[in-house]
Design a protein around this ligand. Structure first.
Ligand code: HEM
Ligand code: HEM
Ligand SMILES: [Fe+2]
Length: 446
């Protein structure tokens, strides 16, 4: 840590970790309801539990991104943050908005679109939060050094805010409604969030491998060019069956296939940088998360995405457990892991923990990642059986659900291990590791 104002990131990292725990606990509750269907049905119905699970995910990932930006930008721009006070105010406003939304959900105050269930006034509060954030970081970048990393990060973060505006546009025509819904959901995770991910990974590579900035920047430009080239028209893979013209089946199939490339490039990028770098950075755990992130994102988004992205295949798999398998591994690999990589790199420095519990953090990495992989396999098997019974043989939906219930038990088992792994990660980052102080020779590098 070079700049005092980078410390505001701690609020965001702390808040994000707390919500991460809530998210996986509530996910496990949702997984339990799947196998014990009437559990809590009169208190909190499944749809509300599910909404809290997915909304907590999105909110903590965004909170993490805000924190990453507040940590990274002063260091890259070589200047203090424009207004640390505003950043802290923004944190509390965002947290209050998120909690108000959850309380509202418990009382069934929500609107219909998945992931965007927040009532209008919460959405407007999010816009205010975004404006405070963009104002703060943009002024910081403008007064400081401009690097490829700050430019790409800013582009990504502005993109997130701009596309969020489409959540306010709610046409009554169902086809248009779905079309613009994807402008938020797809253009976020397969567009502008990738820019954030790539720039955070690039920052971590510069810091930890010692490879020249020029080399890292070239990779960064290639990755974001691939992401935008493929991801924008790739939105078409959601336009196959919603009432849009049939040419989307071609456009969506072709361009979304190219979407695998930026994720593949990120794997090659991180591994090449680590091999070439040759610097033995003491924060092995942060390096592990960075490499793990590119690999899991490649499998979750790239491989599991490609699995069902061609229109003739999606015709059968649309909206089945195959989709859920992909959704879990992609979100985990790309955006959960990039956040934890940054937290693992930055939090020991921000908290001044010379040796921190690095071994526990790495055990947490393996437990969580293995459990998420297992969950993905369980859901994929469930999905394949579901597609065959339901879409090929024509069995009814609920009869098919009975047939695949074993896989839902496997998912629940995996979920318990995810919770355990997440608790290890959080513990390693938040609780000082006094007893490992001698065992792990971690000294905070700059
Ligand atoms: C990190 C990036 C990604 C994330 C976080 C992600 C996440 C998701 C999620 C959550 C859904 C379910 C949406 C819903 O209906 O509620 C979904 C659907 C889908 N994703 Fe991804 N995805 C990513 C990248 C990709 C890529 C690169 C591809 C293609 C190569 C892809 C192909 C698809 C397809 C075809 C669907 C529609 C499934 C259906 O018809 O039911 N995704 N994705
Ligand atoms: C970091 C870890 C996790 C991430 C990133 C994540 C992400 C998601 C996403 C994106 C969805 C919506 C999926 C879709 O529409 O296709 C979802 C739904 C769900 N998740 Fe998770 N989740 C995580 C952990 C868990 C855990 C540990 C469990 C425990 C079993 C769980 C159980 C569920 C269930 C039951 C649903 C509802 C599925 C449905 O409606 O059929 N999740 N999660
Ligand atoms: Fe998509």
């Amino acid at each position: 840590m070079k700049y005092q104002s980078q410390k505001v990131a701690l609020y965001y990292f702390g808040g994000a970790l707390a919500l991460f725990v809530v998210q996986v606990l509530v996910g496990t509750l949702a997984g339990t309801i799947y196998v014990v269907p009437n559990l809590l049905a009169d208190v909190i119905p499944f749809n509300i539990v599910r909404m809290i699970h997915t909304n907590a995910l999105i909110v903590w990932l965004l909170m993490g991104f805000f924190g990453c930006a507040y940590y990274l930008i002063p260091e890259e721009a070589e200047t203090e943050l424009h207004s640390p006070g505003l950043a802290i105010l923004q944190f509390w406003l965002f947290l209050a908005g998120a909690l108000a939304a959850v309380v509202g959900y418990l009382f069934h105050i929500h609107v219909g679109r998945e992931f965007l269930e927040q009532p209008l006034w919460i959405k407007l509060a999010i816009v205010v939060v975004a404006l405070m954030f963009l104002y703060n970081i943009t002024l910081t970048v403008l007064k400081g050094r401009k690097t490829a990393i700050t430019n790409v990060l800013l582009l990504g973060l502005w993109g997130i805010a701009v596309f969020f505006l489409f959540s306010l546009y709610n046409p009554s025509n169902l086809i248009l409604d779905k079309m613009f819904w994807w402008w938020v959901v797809h253009l976020w995770v397969e567009g502008v969030w990738e820019l954030v991910m790539a720039s955070v990974l690039a920052f971590l590579m510069i810091k930890m491998t010692g490879v020249d900035r020029e080399v890292v920047e070239k990779w960064l430009y290639v990755i974001i060019a691939l992401a935008l080239f493929s991801g924008i028209l790739g939105t078409g893979h959601h336009y196959y069956w919603i009432g849009t013209p049939a040419y989307w089946q071609w456009i969506g199939s072709i361009f979304s296939t190219f979407e695998v490339l930026p994720f593949f490039a990120m794997v090659i990028f991180t591994f090449t940088m680590v091999w070439k770098g040759g610097r033995n950075h003491p924060n092995k755990a942060a390096l592990l998360w960075s490499l793990g992130c590119s690999v899991f994102a490649f499998f979750g988004a790239g491989v599991w995405g490609f699995l069902h992205t061609l229109a003739p295949i999606n015709y059968y798999t649309h909206g089945t457990q195959v989709t859920a398998a992909h959704g879990h591994l992609a979100f985990y690999g790309a955006y959960v892991m990039v956040n934890i990589a940054m937290f693992t790199y930055a939090m020991p420095q921000l908290l001044g923990r010379a040796p921190y519990n690095q071994v526990l953090n790495m055990v947490g990495f393996w437990v969580t990642s293995a459990a998420m992989a297992f969950m993905t396999f369980a859901l994929t098997f469930a999905g394949v059986v579901q597609v065959h019974l339901q879409r090929v043989l024509g069995m009814t939906y609920m009869d098919v659900q009975d047939q695949v219930s074993l896989f839902y038990w496997f998912r629940l088992g995996a979920g318990v291990f995810v919770v355990l792994g997440v608790l290890m990660i959080v513990w390693s980052l938040v609780v000082p590791g006094a007893r490992t102080r001698e065992a792990v020779g971690y000294a905070p590098a700059e």
